[in-house]
Design a protein around this ligand. Structure first.
Ligand code: NAP
Ligand code: MG
Length: 502
């Protein structure tokens, strides 16, 4: 538990620091607890091509800002088509001359080294991730960075055992792969994409999201320190056009994309007719389903974790709550109480539960959908916390009285907004949960094991959590149904997406 200080003590004045913005209900003010690790940011980040940091041919850079206070953190190189060509040429060379030919047991040594170096610099990476993306430090410190290292460890373990990926068949690498990732888990998505591709012997050109490129470029420093052969991983930074150039380039034999369904469709249209392999990890509108025999307090914690964790910037966020009618009022009352004490504010403060929205653009999108919810007649409740005056923040928000036709029940909001619907029977719960274009994840809360098995069979979702939510492990495949995409990341299944079976 964080330390509580009685409000009359004025701790900020006593410590000579600015007054803390965050109030715990109306009872206590918390002492600020900023992280002190130096994120060791450079004033400018170049492209990472052929093992070297190189300036972009255009000479252009763009700013990466801290969404918690709108201050510039650093400048990032803007890649153009020539840089993307150079990155792919380096990846092809590395595939032909070193990485593609290297025995798996040798590749494993590099992946282990990367994982260990990431652990060594974990605190620095966590602070950089939080400053650049706005997520609470306790999430980047306790989840993103350790989980990224775990993915490199796990796939290092596979690299010398690839004969067991598809028993009875031999596997070979595909060649050069192009990858594009979003801003909600910048380092973790790098690890999800890179570790299986590299373990299998492929080489990569990857584009991070425009607003969160820093930790990818710090990971490039680790690749240099680990002695990874030049060209095995190349990072090109910039906005959507650079992503399109990476996906549409003639060199890669496979492309892997994580991002919105909208952009995923654009990419699929532009690659239709080509023989490129594809993996698409797209949007979601997950249902958390609470039955009347569920342990309600535990369920409420799971619901809060499922949608307010990382400001709702989670593809598998439990953004719809389906609650059985008999317990709907009790669950709503408990949720409101929980929202009253959520701490929203400076992400670098280790007590913060809900940090900053990643960008002004994303904040506007959340506001638009929340306004639509109010206009369409749903009843809104917002956490009564004080928000910082600078930076991009949104109050954790609940909507009750939501019907399936409301936009807030159908569209991905990608913010800390929960839409609550009710149901009476198991079949109604399944029908409502599946009545969406997406199918990435779902949660079931009940005392009955048989009901969990029925629900997990009938819910059209890639992951179904039972009596928990948002649990991840590199050994478990993750991926979607329907418009949430195809292909799996993690586990043996994830490796199968990066190899040829011969
Ligand atoms: P996004 O707008 O689709 O962007 C994702 C990435 O694609 C970014 O790097 C983006 O560059 C780039 N991009 C934009 N236009 C492109 C184009 N025409 N061709 C190729 N690349 C292009 O998604 P986002 O807003 O960053 O991320 C949120 C979305 O990701 C949500 O829908 C979420 O559900 C989904 N997501 C899914 C998973 C999963 O595993 N299924 C995991 C995480 C997130 P810029 O950054 O410069 O725009
Ligand atoms: Mg940023």
């Amino acid at each position: 538990m964080p330390t509580l200080t009685a409000v009359k003590k004025k701790p900020a004045a006593r410590l000579g620091r600015p007054a803390p913005e965050l109030i715990f209900g109306d009872l206590w003010v918390f002492d600020p607890a900023p992280e002190t690790a130096d994120p060791k940011l450079k004033s400018r980040y170049e492209l990472f091509i052929d093992g070297q940091f190189v300036p972009p041919k255009s000479g252009k850079y763009f700013d990466s800002i801290n969404p918690a206070n709108e201050r510039k953190l650093t400048a990032i190189a803007l890649a153009g088509p020539v840089d993307v060509d150079l990155a792919y040429a380096a990846a092809q060379r590395a595939y032909n001359t070193t990485w593609g030919k290297m025995p798996g047991r040798e590749r494993a040594k590099y992946l282990y080294r990367v994982a260990r170096l990431l652990q060594d610099r974990a605190r620095e990476f966590a602070v950089a991730e939080t400053l650049d993306g706005g997520k609470p430090i306790k999430e980047s410190r306790d989840f993103d960075v350790p989980m990224a290292a775990a993915h490199f460890f796990y796939h290092a373990g596979w690299a010398d055992k690839l004969d067991y990926v598809a028993p009875g068949r031999r596997v070979t690498p595909l060649g050069v792969v192009g990858q594009v990732i979003p801003w909600n888990f910048p380092l973790l998505m790098c690890a999800w994409k890179l570790a299986p591709a590299l373990a299998m012997g492929n080489t990569v050109v990857l584009k991070p999201a425009e607003t969160t490129s820093i930790t990818a470029l710090k990971l490039a420093e680790i690749f240099q320190d680990a002695g990874l052969p030049p060209g095995v991983v190349n990072f090109v930074t910039g906005a959507g056009e650079v992503g399109a150039a990476v996906m549409n380039h003639p060199t890669p034999v496979k492309v892997a994309f994580t991002g919105s369904t909208e952009v995923g469709k654009i990419i699929m249209r532009s690659l239709a007719g080509s023989d490129k392999k594809m993996t698409m990890e797209l949007g979601g509108k997950a249902a958390n389903i609470v039955f009347d025999d569920a342990p309600l307090d535990q369920a409420v914690e799971g619901i809060v974790n499922g949608i307010f964790f990382n400001q709702g910037h989670v593809c598998c966020a439990g953004s719809r709550l389906l609650v059985q009618e008999g317990v709907a009022d009790a669950v709503l009352a408990k949720l409101k109480n929980r929202l009253r004490v959520l701490r929203v504010g400076d992400p670098i403060d280790k007590n913060t539960d809900v940090g900053a929205i990643n960008s002004r653009e994303q904040l506007e999108k959340i506001r638009e959908l929340v306004d639509a919810g109010v206009k369409e007649g749903a009843e809104m409740f917002q956490a009564p916390c004080r928000l910082p005056t600078k930076g991009f923040y949104f109050r954790p928000t609940l909507f009750s009285g939501v019907s399936m036709s409301h936009r807030i029940a159908r569209e991905e909001i990608f913010g800390p907004v929960l839409s609550i619907l009710t149901f009476r029977t198991v079949d109604e719960a399944i029908e409502k949960a599946n009545n969406t274009a997406y199918g990435l994840s779902a949660g079931v809360w009940t005392d009955k094991g048989s009901r969990i098995l029925k629900m997990s069979t009938e819910l059209k979702a890639g992951v179904v959590w039972a009596n928990t939510y948002n649990k991840f492990d590199p050994t478990s495949p993750f991926g979607g149904y329907k418009e949430s995409g195809f292909g799996r990341e993690g586990g043996r299944q994830g490796l199968l997406d990066y190899c040829k079976l011969v």
